[in-house]
Design a binder for this molecule. Structure first.
Ligand code: IPE
Ligand code: IPE
Ligand code: MG
Length: 247
């Protein structure tokens, strides 16, 4: 068993991931980064420490995705439901996101990422909202799309789209009307959704866009997420038969 596991790992690490991604037509991976709190608690640390290391894990995974030629990634950073957490934890997550956003601007040249913040920015406060908008504008010509779901809720997003259409005076709408009024209107639907942390649910993430996404769950807690976890998810995706309702 050990031998087999080792063998699989050797195979994974020697794979040409660019080729796997391109053969599998994998354009967009969305990540539900879960397990930061447990990672910290397992070490006797405050939950906030897990979020801090979680940001580093995100950088690592985002860079690998770019290296493998994945054009779009989306990260679930903070949900509309996460405001229910203790104030200290919410404040620390917001501080880390604020820091990440400031650094993303400085790293722009090497990063080559085009950032989009998905979610209602109003609740983030004027300062963070302005930083998000500045980053979006500053990076808009870069090739790799990085969507950060921040104060994001899938149901909230659909309701907003519907309300926008009503405000435009529409009395009958199409699927295309909804899709083009979501926060993700610039991105293809995710081909693959990866959730770390061992829970098997979507937690209000990309409810509309995930209609035909492949789902992949792993037990790794997000701060430990590494290249091998990513490779496993991509290789698993490459073996799936996507039928989109056909045969
Ligand atoms: C995910 O990790 C990050 C956010 C929701 C902001 P959690 O904080 O949910 O970690 P666990 O699930 O409690 O371990
Ligand atoms: C989902 O994780 C939200 C993010 C990753 C930002 P949660 O930890 O909030 O999800 P539940 O509560 O376990 O469903
Ligand atoms: Mg969680």
């Amino acid at each position: 068993m050990l031998f087999k596991k080792k063998n699989t790992e050797i195979d994974l690490s020697s794979l040409d991931m660019k080729k796997v991604v391109s053969d599998a037509k994998l354009q967009h991976i969305a990540f539900i980064m879960d397990g930061n709190g447990r990672w910290a608690q397992n070490r006797g640390l405050p939950r906030e420490a897990g979020h801090k290391v979680g940001v580093e894990a995100f950088r690592r995974i985002a860079n690998k995705c770019k290296e493998y030629g994945i054009g779009t990634i989306t990260i679930y950073a903070f949900s509309t439901e996460n405001w229910a957490r203790p104030k200290n934890e919410v404040n620390e997550i917001m501080r880390l996101l604020d820091k990440y956003i400031s650094e993303a601007e400085k790293e722009d040249a090497e990063n080559r990422s085009q950032y989009h913040v998905l979610g209602d920015k109003e609740r983030l406060g004027a300062d963070l909202k302005a930083k998000c908008e500045y980053l979006e504008d500053f990076t808009k010509d870069n090739p790799y799309v990085v969507n950060i779901a921040l104060n994001y809720g899938g149901r909230d997003e659909i309701v907003r789209a519907a309300n926008r259409l009503i405000a435009e005076g529409k009395t009958e709408i199409t699927e295309e009307d909804i899709s083009s009024n979501l926060f993700t209107s610039h991105s293809p639907d995710p081909d693959l959704i990866v959730r770390s942390g061992g829970e098997y649910r979507l937690s209000n993430f990309l409810m509309w866009q995930s209609a035909y996404s492949e789902l992949y769950f792993c037990d790794t807690l997000w701060p430990d997420m590494d290249d091998m976890d990513l490779r496993k998810a991509i290789v698993e995706f490459s073996k799936r038969k996507r039928r989109f309702g056909g045969i």
